[in-house]
Design a protein around this ligand. Structure first.
Ligand code: ATP
Length: 307
């Protein structure tokens, strides 16, 4: 549905995007993840027709966003990083005004529908300026959804919100994602994990990783981590024990009340080898748990590469 091909954007001497390629099928909820300055907003601004690319293209349902800006804009609802709201207006009047601009026929019905979806029925007659940031974001979402676009683009929709507001906005995004293609940017990893089926990690203007959160967690870059609790060995014993394995690094090692706790990182699944080798000792294995890498770890590994 959306096809981003070799997208490049230069701001003067700064190359913000350096050849982004992403295909987004209909109905996917996709998180654009990356550290500050990675190029997320720039990508979304090009997609929504606010700025042109330096080279490359974005096509939405086959239409190039630069050549067919009006048609493409009709298919996209956009909530920029800070929602452009008219602060003096009442929420209802603001949405009514947006409905007029977008040429909505059954205005009153549509506004009621959106106020319920976005959870703003109780603030419809309050001035926008008196709303909390969380409610402003909801009004911004209602604005973006007014013309029932097929695609919803949200730039850092939860930035600056408190934890409760974040959970609420996330659940609205999930609800919307049941029917629409949703692309949102964030630098909060748990957000991507909680709300999307796919994550594209952008770093320094390029795609550094692309896949489901599960797939990224299983990816080899991150490796895996094993936590063991063994009765018997000293820290020194354990260091030489694990030192005998290839591609294993000791992350942490300490004695706790029950025995020696060791946290190791390894490329491959070596649980069996560890068990068999332990059988040759007189130590007792109390626990062995394999943990997948957290998305945080993967993100750090990916975005630090080349530094
Ligand atoms: P953030 O999370 O901080 O918003 P981002 O991933 O959205 O970051 P962009 O805002 O797309 O990143 O910025 C990418 C790069 O382009 C950064 O180096 C930024 O400083 C630069 N940049 C963005 N907008 C402009 C502009 N209007 N003029 C010059 N440079 C810009």
């Amino acid at each position: 549905m959306i096809s981003i091909e070799n997208l490049v954007k230069d701001y003067g001497d700064t190359r913000a995007l350096d050849g982004i390629n992403v295909e987004i099928p209909r109905g996917q909820v996709i998180g654009l993840l990356g550290p500050n300055g990675a190029g997320k907003s720039t990508t979304l601004r090009i997609l929504t027709g606010f700025i042109p690319p330096s080279s490359g293209s974005i096509r939405v349902k086959g239409l190039d966003v630069t050549e067919h800006p009006t048609e493409v804009k009709k298919m996209i609802g956009y909530l920029p990083e800070s929602a452009p709201l008219y602060s003096e207006m009442l929420v209802y009047d603001y949405l009514n005004y947006i409905a007029d601009i977008r040429g909505i026929r059954q205005k009153a019905d549509r506004i009621i529908e959106l106020s319920e979806l976005c959870g703003i029925t109780n603030v419809m007659h309050r001035p926008v300026r008196n709303l909390s940031k969380g409610y402003k974001q909801r009004v911004g979402l209602a604005q973006a959804l007014m013309a029932d676009p097929e695609i919803l683009v949200l730039d850092e929709p939860t930035s600056g919100l408190d934890p409760n507001q974040i959970v609420e906005i996330r659940s609205i995004i999930r609800e919307i994602g049941k029917e629409k293609t949703v692309i949102f940017s964030t630098h909060i990893l748990s957000e991507a994990e909680a709300a999307c089926s796919r994550v594209v990690i952008i770093n320094k203007g390029s795609v550094a990783a692309d896949g489901s959160t599960e797939m990224l967690k299983n990816a080899e870059e991150g490796g895996r981590s094993l936590e063991l609790l063994i009765e018997g060995p000293s820290e020194k014993d354990a260091e030489s024990f694990f030192g005998a394995f290839d591609d294993v690094s000791l992350d942490d090692i300490f004695q706790n009340g029950d025995g020696l706790k060791a946290v190791i990182n390894c490329k491959n699944d070596i649980r069996k080898e560890i068990y068999l080798k332990l059988k040759d000792t007189d130590w007792i294995l109390l626990e062995m748990v394999q943990k997948k890498q957290s998305l945080e770890n993967i993100f750090r590994v990916i975005t630090r590469e080349g530094e």
